[in-house]
Ligand binder design. Sequence first.
Ligand code: HEC
Length: 113
Amino acid sequence: MRNLKENWRFRISSKPGMIVLIIIAIGLFYKCGTVKHVPAPPVVAKTTINNDTLMAGKTLYVNNCQKCHKLYSPDAYNAAEWKDNLNAMQRKAKISDAQKETIYKYLTANIKK
Ligand code: HEC
């Protein structure tokens, strides 16, 4: 038992042991140090669509539209293109017409139609 304890102490205070500890410490510090706090952008109410619909649309979009590819940014397409994209993706995503419409409202909420 005593032997084991001494052996353990020896490992920690040995050179390789210290180097490993230092590397772990640096790793932890580096990780914590580089996490940037990004404040959420202010929500600008530009749309007449109510928040419940927007939230529902966003949830449907996130849940159904990133199984095969990344989520495209809402401003990547104009309203007509979103209509086409959603029609094309409806079968792939297996969403109903109503769900498609809600996602459309969310994606185009801040786009002039
Ligand atoms: C089953 C897989 C799958 C799902 C689910 C899916 N997509 Fe796609 N999506 C694809 C593939 C494959 C492509 C590229 C080829 C194509 O255009 O058909 C694509 C392309 C796209 C593009 C780019 C179109 C272009 O030509 O610029 C958009 C935008 C898009 N998807 C939106 C969506 C949205 C919104 C949903 C949810 C309703 C969705 N996708 C769900 C497979 C999927």
